[in-house]
Write a protein that binds this ligand. Structure first.
Ligand code: AGP
Length: 608
């Protein structure tokens, strides 16, 4: 779950690599490092912690090429030694790696037995030591031999002091893009093509087992038999803009405030008010295909799985098609019994979540067609899916996802409406649903205007260490999302729980130090949630309710209430989620947490 970057060309490789790493920090920020060839030797600098630490320690100059790495620790603690790059014992070559080598222990033991001294705890170091063992002048051949012994997944970049004009790259099940500009004679590699700082590149992606020799302005790719192959290249529309907080204290807060606009953009132009029909630009599935599906299976992780659960409920309620949302990290090891009459939807902000990709591949192998709902263009999921609906939410920088999630729900609402229309939902019902959806951006704005009230509530509740978030139906999924936001950025123990399940065990935890945050917006279960609140109140829990304006009965029970603009049960997740995001933000602020880059996390979870 790391980011790798490399550059060779006329510009300063160090500067370009540092800019690349800045954009790749979303893949991990436990440590960063850079290596390059200069004056016939390997020069490197690496540091535990964020890129800012590396910049302070940076002592490299006059590099002919450079490779850079940003790490999310898998093997070995977060320290300078375990930071990439890793070098062989003779300091003649340096490697950076994204992925996991599963048989690293056995390989390490063999190498140690043959006299190799290791300097880190990482699985990666095994590869560089193996390459050193096999190297006899042909670096690509030595890497290929080393990789034939390795079990696991990887994207790798390797440099050698005897080959100053080359970067060798290899990949298996991890993304690695190569960009070449033959005119300026520049070449780039990256875990993410969106980080290339040039829009004039011929881009290709390394497939499993391929090895590339990258030089200034050209690349040679070899297959597993060491035969040269011709890769198809493409020109990608890459529009990089430097991320800015636009005056907000954190990217998270900025992204929360963007939601009236991002939800609006997710629905804009996708509904024909006259006909009541939904139209996604180049959906890639015909109406006949969509009508023929018997089931829908949604695959996603984390917050995206919460959006997926809401989407599955929309599909069932609007389109009457059996739908389930499966957590991809579980689904990939279960017998889902997928058949081609099931439409599979993969939801991912980044498009790079390893478990979602793995589950998607299993679904494809079972003969299913995949619809991706994604934010990041050119990402692995968008490239592997049969069709894509983009969120159009713009870059989400904060590790904690906010605007992507509400855009996912908006897109899922429209997709469910589309499926429903194909299954005979009357025009007027579709129009009413869309009219309510259209009001959501404005209703989110009303929540944002009440932020000072949420900040005051956060100040009151910030000292508690344990929380239950409860709700029913759509509000249950919302409670899962609210709890995830709080634990992710405030390091508080927050548990989402179906309100009706409390008395089956969790209620045993309740006392005066265990507040319950209740999402009460579902009209259908209004009385039930009030009973659940009375039960926890009777046991001493402080109760904070998020309730629609006009809801009776809640004042008599809750200690505090945040009033939400009323909407339908199906659309209530939008405003309730935004309120929960702000509550989490202000609690994290009060607790002095690292809001945009919480400890132990990465924006994109690219390993299992
Ligand atoms: C949410 O705030 C998270 N940081 C995380 O749960 C995220 O939603 C999950 O890792 C899935 O990511 P994806 O949408 O990029 O696939």
């Amino acid at each position: 779950m790391c980011g790798i970057f490399g550059y060779i060309g006329a510009r300063d490789p160090l500067e370009i690599c540092l800019s690349g790493l800045e954009q790749l920090e979303y893949r991990g920020y436990d440590s960063t490092g850079i290596a390059g060839v200069g004056n016939g030797e390997i020069k490197f600098c690496k540091k535990a912690g964020k890129l800012s630490n590396l910049l302070q320690a940076m002592n490299l100059r006059n590099l002919e090429s450079a490779i850079g790495h940003t790490r999310w620790a898998t093997h070995g603690p977060v320290n300078d030694q375990n930071a990439h790059p890793h070098l062989d014992a003779a300091n003649s070559m340096a490697i950076i790696h994204n992925g996991i080598i599963e048989n690293h222990h056995v390989l390490r033991m063999d190498l140690i037995a043959s006299g190799v001294l290791f300097t880190s705890d990482t699985d990666t170091e095994v590869i560089v030591q193996l390459v050193a063992k096999f190297y006899a002048g042909d670096l690509a051949a030595a890497l290929q031999k080393a990789l034939s012994l390795v079990q696991g997944i990887y994207a790798i970049a390797l440099i050698h002091k005897n080959h100053p004009g080359q970067i060798i790259a290899a990949a298996k099940e991890c993304p690695l893009a190569i960009g070449v500009d033959p005119t300026t004679k520049e070449s780039f590699i990256s875990s993410d093509p969106n980080t290339f700082l040039s829009s004039n590149l011929d881009i290709c992606f390394l497939h499993d087992g391929e090895i590339a020799i990258i030089q200034r302005g050209h690349v040679h790719v070899f297959n597993t038999k060491h035969e040269i192959i011709r890769k198809k290249t493409e020109r990608l529309e890459l529009q990089y803009t430097v991320p800015s907080k636009d005056g907000f204290a954190h990217f998270l807060l900025k992204e929360i405030y963007e939601q009236p606009n991002t939800v609006y953009k997710a629905i804009l132009g996708r509904f024909q008010e006259q006909t009541g029909n939904v139209e996604f630009e180049s959906l890639g599935f015909t109406d006949e295909q969509l009508s023929s599906y018997k089931k829908v299976c949604i695959l996603a992780c984390g917050g995206s799985a919460h959006a997926g659960s809401i989407g599955a409920a929309y599909l069932e309620e609007l389109a009457h098609i059996p739908s389930q949302c499966e957590i991809a990290s579980e689904a990939r090891y279960r017998s889902l019994l997928l058949t081609p009459d099931t439409l599979v939807i993969a939801i991912s902000q980044s498009g790079e979540t390893a478990d979602t990709i793995a589950a998607l591949r299993i679904a494809k192998a079972a003969g299913c067609k995949i619809l991706a709902i994604c934010n990041v263009k050119h990402s692995t999921i968008t490239r592997e899916a049969d069709a894509v609906i983009y969120l159009k939410a713009g870059a989400e920088i904060s590790v904690c996802s906010t605007k992507a999630l509400t855009s996912q729900i908006a897109v899922l609402a429209l997709f469910a409406l589309h499926m429903a229309r194909l299954r005979g939902l009357p025009v007027e019902v579709a129009q009413t649903f869309f009219n309510n959806l259209k009001q959501i951006p404005d209703q989110i704005n009303q929540v944002l205007l009440a932020a000072p009230k949420l900040q005051a509530l956060a100040e009151k509740y910030a000292h508690y260490e344990d929380f239950f978030f409860i709700g029913r139906l759509y509000m249950y999924t919302t409670s899962l999302e609210g709890a995830l936001k709080l634990k992710e950025i405030s390091y508080v123990n927050a548990n989402g729980c179906p309100a009706g399940e409390l008395k089956h065990g969790p209620i045993a935890l309740i006392n005066a130090n265990f507040p319950v945050v209740a999402f009460c917006a579902n009209e259908q279960t209004k009385d039930k949630i009030l009973s659940n609140l009375a039960e926890v109140k009777a046991r001493g829990a402080p109760v904070l309710a998020f309730a629609p304006v006009g809801m009776d009965g809640v004042q008599a029970i809750a200690d505090d209430i945040f009033w939400l603009p009323p909407t339908t049960d199906m659309l209530a997740p939008f405003t309730s989620t935004v309120a929960a995001q702000l509550l989490a933000y202000y609690i994290a602020l009060k607790r002095h947490c690292n809001i945009d880059q919480p400890r132990n996390l990465a924006k994109s979870v690219t390993v299992e």
